[in-house]
Design a protein around this ligand. Structure first.
Ligand SMILES: C[S@@+](CC[C@H](N)C(=O)[O-])C[C@H]1O[C@@H](n2cnc3c(N)ncnc32)[C@H](O)[C@@H]1O
Length: 303
């Protein structure tokens, strides 16, 4: 048996973790998109860890008549990169606040000049362009810009399409007025709450995001909303009808099982003569205490 001191263990863990770290080139050199990016003669600025994500997300559209929209044109390089990568069938649309970006229309791209933080801009954009397949946001990165861009796209992206918001590291940066409870990353977490509540055991959220967003994926500094209303039904339990052997079900057994027993509490409350509002408050307090007891020791995972 091998015995390691706490320091040895910490060191070996750190070593194995660092030796497991991939170098960007080991991954990127094998990616077709990265090769196209590198040889592009118009400037594009991306993060080197994004190309693996792009390939994962966009390779299915290569050679397809996809409607691909990128917010943020700057020097035009990424428009050319997407066109070469996706092929001649793709309709590549660029959006920028800078009127100078209109020059790229002469190269066969559809260019729209406007402010991505304006709801009116998006209404007009979708009226003119129609539904799209992919929206990639590499624009101004403020909370309002990223939020408006995503929310206005929820109903305009075709089923099976993607909304990809990049540089969500801005949600942690002062330069972008963050951290804030209204940061884009907090919004993405809010959307995943809506998706998770699309379940027959729960009440769906009023915002209705769950009707269009099939799933949310979080990458390093990229958030992806997979849009597909065909897959957004309210999940119901199904039974395969197989033979059961009355196995004991230990689901949901916390330390404070008794405190958490909803039926017990409501039964108890209904028997006690009290004003309804006070009963409600007592119940709420009971659940608050139960939660605290059950969650004790978990805060270390939230640091
Ligand atoms: C990071 S650059 C885009 C980089 C480009 N995609 C590339 O690969 O090189 C950001 C672009 O977003 C544009 N932008 C900033 N604020 C915007 C807004 N409110 N609406 C639309 N575009 C905006 C800027 O003018 C700039 O061209």
């Amino acid at each position: 048996m091998c015995s390691l001191s706490a320091t040895d263990l910490a060191m070996s863990t750190a070593e194995s973790a660092s030796s497991a770290l991939a170098t960007p080139s080991a991954i990127n050199e094998g990616l077709r998109l990265y090769q196209i990016f590198k040889k592009g003669d118009k400037r594009s600025i991306k993060v080197d860890s994004y190309f693996q994500v792009y390939e994962e997300l966009f390779s299915r559209y290569v050679g397809q008549p996809v409607v691909f929209v990128e917010v943020g044109i700057l020097n035009g390089g990424s428009l050319f990169m997407w066109r070469e990568y996706l092929g001649p069938q793709a309709r590549i649309i660029g959006i920028d606040f800078n009127p100078g970006a209109q020059q790229w229309a002469a190269h066969g791209f559809e260019i729209h000049i406007g402010d991505q933080s304006s709801a009116e801009f998006w209404d007009d954009f979708y009226r003119r362009v129609g539904p799209i397949d992919v929206l990639l946001d590499d624009g101004g990165h403020t909370n309002k810009q990223q939020l408006t861009t995503a929310v206005k796209a929820f109903d305009r992206v075709n089923d099976g399409g993607l909304i990809v918001i990049e540089d969500v590291c801005a949600s942690y940066m002062r330069q972008f007025d963050n951290p804030s409870s209204r940061s884009f990353v907090n919004f993405a977490k809010f959307v995943i709450d809506s998706v998770n509540r699309r379940n027959s055991n729960l009440r769906p959220t009023r915002n209705g995001y769950w009707r269009r967003v099939y799933s949310v994926a979080f990458y390093e500094s990229i958030v992806v909303f997979n849009i597909d209303s065909r897959r957004c039904w309210v999940g119901q339990p199904v039974d395969n009808g197989g033979v059961g052997n009355n196995a004991l079900d230990y689901r949901g057994r916390g330390v404070s099982r008794w405190l958490f027993d909803f039926d017990r509490w409501t039964a108890l409350m209904s028997r006690i003569v009290l004003v309804k509002s006070i009963k409600k408050r007592v119940l709420r307090l009971a659940y608050f205490v139960a939660n605290k007891v059950n969650d004790a020791g978990l805060s270390k995972y939230f640091r």
